[in-house]
Every structure is written in C-alpha cells, then in structure tokens.
Design a protein around this ligand. Structure first.
Ligand SMILES: Cc1cc2nc3c(=O)[nH]c(=O)nc-3n(C[C@H](O)[C@H](O)[C@H](O)COP(=O)(O)OP(=O)(O)OC[C@H]3O[C@@H](n4cnc5c(N)ncnc54)[C@H](O)[C@@H]3O)c2cc1C
Length: 322
C-alpha cells in the first residue's frame, strides 16, 4: 500500500519534496499557514503589479536545479538589470558572477507552477506519534494516519514542532536565522536611480531594488528597500511605521534622492529570513521515527538550496523503499 506523507510548509523545499514523492506514487498532503504557496518566495499583490518583498532573484548552479529551471523556462526570465554595490560611501557598478533569474509576474509563480494541492491557512502546532503520525492545527483540527512527516519550517519552529519526538532537534539546536525588514514602496512620481539593484554595506540598509525592472511587474517605478541583518536584530521592537521612515531616510541620504508621496507603502518583517550559517547536511532524516526535515537552511540559504534540500530528502525516502 502507498505510504502516506504529511509535508508542513509549501515553500520551494516543501513543494519540491512533495512533488518528487508524488511522482513516485506516495500519497502526500501539504499544509501551509500562509494564504498562498511560496513561503519566502512571495510577492505582495497591488493594483499596480506584484512587489517581490522576500526573495529578490535566484541563481542556478547545480545541474539538478538547472534541469528544473529548464523545464520551467517559459515562466522564468533573466533579470538583466544594472547592479551596483555601495561600500565605504561609494557606489560601484558590478557585473554579477552568475545570471540572476526571476519568475515572470511574481516570485511565487515558480512554486505555483508545480500545480500541487495545498491545505492553506493551516498552521500545524503539534505532532503526535503512535503507530502513525497525527498533526494538529491551531483550531484543534487533527490530520491522521501519516507514515511519515516532513517539516520545512525554519530551525526554531521545526524544533518546536518536533519536541521530543526525534533526535533531529539536537542537531539543529544551534542553527539560527537572521531577520530582515522589507519596505515596499510605489512612489507617486518615478524616481531616477542609475541602478536596478544595489547591495549595501551600510549601518541600516541591506538592499534596494527597482522592483519593476523585473519582467511584468508594472510600470510605476516600484521599489523594495531591505534592512541589513544586524540593524534589524537591534530594531525588532520598532513600529512598522518607524521602520518605513528610517529606511526611506537612510536611502535618501545615501543615494541623494527624495521620496515624494507614495501610492503604496508597506513594511513586512521577515522574522526568519536567511540562515546565519551555511550547513552541508542537506536534509535531516530520522529513520527510527519516520521524520524528515528540509529547507534552505540545511544548505546555503537560497532558493537553489531549498530546491536541492527538498530534492535530496525525497531521494532518500524513495531509496529507503527500493
Ligand atoms: C527578505 C529576503 C530576501 C531573500 N533574497 C533572496 C535572494 O535574493 N535569492 C535567493 O536565492 N534567496 C533569497 N532569499 C531566501 C529564499 O527566500 C529562501 O532560501 C527560500 O525561499 C526558502 O525556501 P524554503 O522552502 O526552505 O522555506 P520557506 O520559503 O520559508 O517555506 C517554509 C514554509 O513553511 C510554512 N510553515 C512554517 N511553519 C509552519 C507551520 N507550523 N504550519 C504550517 N506551515 C508552516 C511557511 O508558511 C512557509 O511557507 C531571501 C529571503 C528573504 C526573507
């Protein structure tokens, strides 16, 4: 009989592990607390186009990921923007080492295109193990009879879910994630910036992008401003309004620009944005308790790592049945 597997999280890692297991005949149910799929690969929908407030672009190096992107080539375009680095008060043009890619329209299109059914707006808050696994959501609803459970949440949340069900908690206890604020901005009048993406070494700023220099994201000159990790960590208690003001002021002073009134303005806090360390584990698999864990933080903290982590875990589970 086919094994029944629950996957918690419908970001790149969760959807990849799910898709590969489904292709091999496993029965897979996917749960996500969000309103849509994609996790940190998400975009805010506005009447002027989508704003990529999480992942900005991705690179493609590993042949497995190359192959996956090749299969999706009509939905993915190279972001042929002009890029720069701001360091020691100076802005310098850079040529990226690797092409930067984005899905057309919105970041999570790469995830949506997988066409998987996901039970959305369902936060799993606890797991119980008897012969099989039972998941419980925050409304007390139970989901039963899973042979395996796979968690793709950040390490801290994965530990909370695992509790004392698996020794995996011991291996991931020290793993931490940086937080990051993202300000989404559509100015009433377009700003003239010489670059489409700027990486900062700055006391407050981390990254600025002209969002609609990416394919099919409107024409209003939308901007994404992201804070740097250490400033974010020290300013987690700030109101969103203050954070917006601080990020705008820092950008104005640094780039010698002036923001006029905004058609749209919103700040999002990514509490678990990017792993603080690289990891070569790839994934975690507890064969005694039938639990798997994958996610970008099991490798290098980017979209390609999330894909590979999900892919490798699926391979491991498939192999254990062959
Ligand atoms: C601001 C920012 C900028 C970034 N920029 C880049 C970039 O330019 N290039 C790049 O390659 N990468 C970038 N990244 C990283 C990239 O977004 C991640 O590496 C990748 O999206 C991680 O995918 P994942 O599936 O591992 O995790 P996630 O996308 O975080 O997916 C985990 C999913 O689990 C769900 N979940 C968690 N807990 C529960 C629960 N208890 N119950 C139900 N669901 C749950 C979440 O809702 C989420 O959808 C950026 C990330 C951020 C935040």
């Amino acid at each position: 009989m086919s094994k029944k597997i629950a996957v918690i999280g419908a970001g790149m890692a969760g959807l990849t592990v799910a898709k590969n297991l489904i292709n091999k005949g496993f029965l897979v149910d996917i749960f996500d607390k969000g309103r849509g799929v994609g996790g940190r690969m998400s975009s805010r929908r506005t009447q002027w186009g989508y704003l990529d407030h999480g992942t900005q672009y991705f690179t493609v190096k590993n042949p497995l990921f190359q192959n996956y992107i090749a299969q999706n080539k009509e939905n993915v375009k190279e972001w042929t923007g002009k890029f720069a680095r701001w360091r020691e008060e100076k802005l310098t043009k850079i040529e990226p080492e690797n092409p930067r890619y984005v899905p057309i329209l919105a970041m999570n299109n790469l995830c949506k295109n997988l066409g998987l059914n996901v039970t959305l707006q369902t936060r799993i808050i606890s797991l119980e193990k008897s012969q099989t696994w039972t998941l419980m959501d925050e409304n007390g609803q139970k989901y039963c009879d899973y042979d395996y459970v796979i968690i793709t949440a950040p390490p801290q949340q994965t530990m909370d879910l695992l509790g004392n069900h698996s020794d995996i908690t011991e291996s991931i206890r020290e793993l931490k994630m940086f937080a990051c604020y993202s300000l989404m901005l559509i100015p009433e009048k377009k700003l003239n910036l010489d670059f489409d993406g700027i990486e900062f070494q700055h006391p407050i700023l981390g990254w600025i992008a002209i969002n609609d220099s990416k394919p099919l994201r409107g024409e209003k000159g939308s901007i994404i401003i992201q804070s740097n990790f250490s400033w974010t960590e020290n300013n987690l208690e700030q109101t969103r309004e203050n954070v917006g003001k601080i990020l705008k002021k820092a950008s104005e002073e640094t780039l010698n620009i002036r923001f006029n009134r905004s058609l749209y303005e919103s700040v999002h806090l990514w509490r678990y944005a990017i792993p603080q360390q690289t990891n070569d584990q790839g994934y975690y698999f507890d064969t005694l308790n039938n639990v798997g864990v994958c996610g970008d933080w099991c490798l290098k903290g980017n979209v390609e790592s999330a894909f590979l982590s999900g892919y490798y875990l699926a391979e491991k589970i498939i192999e254990s049945f062959s």
